[in-house]
Design a binder for this molecule. Sequence first.
Ligand SMILES: Nc1ncnc2c1ncn2[C@@H]1O[C@H](COP(=O)(O)OP(=O)(O)OP(=O)(O)O)[C@@H](O)[C@H]1O
Length: 243
Amino acid sequence: MSLHRLSCDGLVKDHGGSFQLGPLSLEFADGVTCLVGPNGAGKSTFFRIAAGLEKPTSGSVRLPRGKSDERISPLGYLPQILDMPPGATCEEFLHYVAWVHRIPAGRREKAVADVLSRTGLAERVTSKIRTLSGGMARRLGIAQAMIHDPVMLLLDEPTVGLDPRQRLALRETIAAIAAERIVIVSTHLVEDIRGLADRVVVLDGGTVVFDGDVPALEAKSDPGAPGETDLERALATLMGAPE
Ligand SMILES: Nc1ncnc2c1ncn2[C@@H]1O[C@H](COP(=O)(O)OP(=O)(O)OP(=O)(O)O)[C@@H](O)[C@H]1O
């Protein structure tokens, strides 16, 4: 049984132009949900609202209850673009983020060590951020998102720009941390969906056009749609040609 729940009720965001996100009424439970959609479908807008960085035009988001310390956010967020100080070491940066999250001083050392180990960066403790590969920098982005042991993680395109080996390693990291957490991952990549998703939500033009597991998504495949697999054809059927 899932321990945590994120609920969105009648969520709408109107940026003032032709695009409108929602209304979305969705619940998210523990495990990995892949949020999929073409450019401009509203994925990042949804993340920013769920992360509390933007207010919805109407509707509401109810966050899962965090752990015992009420001052520590239940939410971790990896934005699509994350600026990190290039001259800081991984350890220095994570200590700073731990301080921002109000982790008590006596617990920061362990929190930093734990998160470096969980994201496969234990050997990079004293590496300067500017020397990290793209894959390692994305891992550090995930490490900063989970330094405070949140019950929910929002990862906006965590695998973008990585080579196939780095993507695989990062997917393994994400799958491992999702066992007892709500993890929502936005992606354009069919292989991410196949390798990660317990559930797939497909957004197009700000509305949900599919919500279910991978086999149910594959069943949406139109044999005449472009693509080499049922999953590719299903995504093409729902939202145009896949990547
Ligand atoms: N601050 C803003 N002001 C006005 N319009 C915005 C703003 N942020 C996003 N939009 C518009 O909202 C729509 C959804 O954008 P969003 O970035 O959420 O899509 P996305 O699915 O994350 O796309 P991508 O895959 O390209 O990252 C787009 O039409 C975008 O131009």
